[in-house]
Design a protein around this ligand. Structure first.
Ligand code: ADP
Ligand code: MG
Length: 595
């Protein structure tokens, strides 16, 4: 991720420990069958040589020749069978590994905190899940199989050449091969650095695509389509260039291999034919030798491919393990864990908070010495301009980020001593962006809470969305498009409110959740929520509109992270400060109410 070093340490490989413990055994039968195949791979060359020798006899023994042919067919069949078996073990296991990696990454990402996602680009995370996982699979599946097979075929062939035919011929012919191996490894290194650039270019492109799709409204509204296309074109060109430069390096391999093996075959022809003429080896030996030499081309070429895939795979594994080793900053308390249900009472004591510093250090605190005490069953209003720190208060109450120890207390217990489950089960939160999933309205409201249909209906009524839902063709079973594009902002807000209410929370946090509904709906929802608050639920109502929080038991006014005013609606109006000014301004023009 951050550091550009690609050196792979043991701890990176250790990421796969869980997988190997569960599925690693499959490698053993896989290898056994693979070795069996490799040992048979070298037989046909010998049989061919023997057949040639038989046919050079004065009286051709047709029966013996026929037997050789039958033997060849049997071997071919056996090779086919063993290959199918080891492939299913090794490559099948690689697919399992792929699944396991994605699952591990996904559940890890679910555990990560908001701070992590602030600094991670979606495109990068997508690349981990797709490209890197794929590269790792190839390393531990096809590349591993290719490497082992090449190794054994190579060993068996060389053994046959040296011990079975003539070691001098073997040494002479194999002499250029080590040089080839060195060249191939060098070239592999170049390919690897270039592949990294390809990866980065891919991340940039997918980032751009993702951003454009999410922001398509803005792009269209500002008529930036062409500019965006042009910008994309540049990225796309970078991607092409990096790809071409990688392909250039990797495509130099094949001609190199052909050239150096050309030398080997020439040596074999010159010295081998001399050995045949002088009667030191038979013509059949010579034919078999050529067969072995041909067999070795594959394995040597494979070194190139294997190192390529291996290096990609290890680089991917490194990136992957970096992400997995990133620890979530928000964790469950280990000691003093408080698991009793929340009552809804919450207190902030002198809370100052600065967002964790990322690439663009934001040193200014978002909150300065904020204090309030919200008794169970009461409501707190938080008014302030955009950027004044309202949503940050919600994030603190939900422990989306870590507030300093000793600043946030539920029922007198520090938030850091409360289990995350207790905390989040007790709180109903309606975020500012009203995110809806691509699912039905019912699913969006019940959201895995296990709520019954009746409870969903009741929550929908409280949120004043029931009538609208019933007007949809399929009622609660209506699908919400990706990001809920078929619904108006106000409808989305009310569905989000219903989602929070269905949990029957002890504390309800509405982050500017009534901003997109009209004044009448706003008051209807307030009327609906009143019994809820009277029955003991407490509420934190964040708004930039006075009408949305004037009924709260206490209201704090935030400016630049400071609490500048506090009191009831009447007290604040009498104070005639920022609150009163805002109220007057908003009253005078309904247009202003919508900012
Ligand atoms: P409000 O909800 O009142 O509009 P916020 O609580 O969202 O204000 O933001 C308060 C301040 O904190 C702003 O200066 C904003 O730029 C900063 N801020 C908000 N979210 C983040 C974040 N995730 N990372 C860094 N700074 C943030
Ligand atoms: Mg906000």
């Amino acid at each position: 991720m951050k550091d550009k070093k690609t050196k792979v340490a043991w701890e990176d490989v250790a990421v796969l420990k869980g997988f190997f413990r569960q599925h690693g055994w499959r490698y053993f039968p896989g290898i056994i069958f693979l070795i069996a195949q490799a040992s048979m791979d070298v037989i046909p060359a010998r049989l061919l040589g023997d057949a040639v020798d038989l046919m050079r006899e004065d009286v051709i023994d047709t029966h013996a020749v026929l037997m050789k042919l039958i033997y060849m067919v049997v071997i071919a069949a056996a090779i086919f069978i063993t290959r199918t078996i080891w492939r299913s073990f090794l490559n099948g296991n690689a697919r399992r590994m792929e699944m396991w990696l994605r699952k591990t990454l996904f559940s890890h990402l679910q555990r990560m905190d908001m701070g992590f996602f602030n600094f991670q680009k979606t495109g990068d995370l997508m690349a981990y899940a797709i490209n890197d996982v794929n590269a790792i699979r190839q390393t531990f599946g096809p590349a591993f199989a290719l490497a082992s097979r090449s190794l054994f075929v190579g060993i068996f062939s060389v053994l046959q050449m040296t011990t079975g035919i003539d070691w001098r011929l073997a040494v002479l012919c194999l002499l250029p091969i080590p040089l080839l191996l060195v060249l191939i490894t060098k070239l592999g290194r170049v390919t690897r650095t270039r592949f990294k650039k390809v990866q980065e270019a891919f991340a940039a492109v997918s980032d751009r695509v993702q951003e454009n799709i999410s922001g398509i409204r803005v792009i269209k509204a500002y008529a930036q389509e062409n500019a965006e296309v042009e910008r994309f074109e540049t990225l796309n060109e970078t991607m092409r260039d990096t790809n071409v430069s990688m392909v250039k390096a990797s495509s130099a391999m094949s001609p190199m291999v052909t050239f150096i093996f050309g030398i080997s075959f020439t040596v074999c022809l010159i010295y081998g034919s001399h050995l045949v003429r002088t009667g030191q080896i038979t013509l059949g030996d010579f034919v078999a030798f050529n067969g072995y030499l041909t067999l070795i081309i594959g394995p040597v070429q494979a070194v190139a491919r294997v190192t390529n895939v291996l290096q990609r795979g290890l680089a991917s594994l490194k990136r992957f393990s970096d992400v997995l080793h990133a620890e979530p900053a928000i964790i469950d308390p280990k000691v003093n864990k408080h698991e009793g249900e929340l009552t809804g009472q919450v207190e902030l004591r002198d809370l100052s908070f600065t967002y964790p510093v990322g690439k663009h250090p934001e040193v200014r605190p978002a909150l300065h010495n904020v204090s309030f005490n919200l008794p169970a069953g009461k409501t707190l209003g938080v008014l302030g301009h955009t950027g004044s720190g309202k949503s940050t208060i919600a994030s603190m109450l939900l422990k989306m980020y870590n507030p300093p120890v000793g600043t946030v207390f539920y029922d007198g217990v520090d938030i850091h001593d409360i289990s995350l489950d207790t905390l989040r089960n007790g709180i109903g939160y309606v975020p500012q962006d009203n995110f809806l999933f691509s699912a039905t309205i019912e699913e969006n409201i019940s959201f895995y809470s296990g709520a019954t249909h009746e409870e969903v209906v009741q929550a929908a009524k409280l949120a004043d969305i029931y009538d609208s839902v019933m007007e949809f063709p399929e009622g609660f079973a209506t699908q919400v498009g990706e990001r809920g594009v078929t619904l108006s902002g106000g409808q989305k807000q009310r569905i989000s409110i219903a989602r929070a209410l269905v949990k029957k929370p002890k504390l309800l946090i509405l982050d500017d959740s009534l901003s997109a509904v009209d004044a009448k709906t706003e008051q209807t929802i307030w009327g609906n929520l009143r019994p809820l608050f009277e029955s003991g639920t407490s509420g934190v109502i964040i708004a930039h509109r006075v009408s949305a929080l004037m009924h709260c038991d206490e209201i704090i006014v935030l400016e630049k992270g400071y609490v500048v005013e506090r009191g009831t609606h009447e007290q604040l109006m009498a104070l005639d400060g920022l609150y009163a000014a805002t109220a007057k301004k908003q009253e005078s023009g309904e247009a202003d109410a919508h900012e």
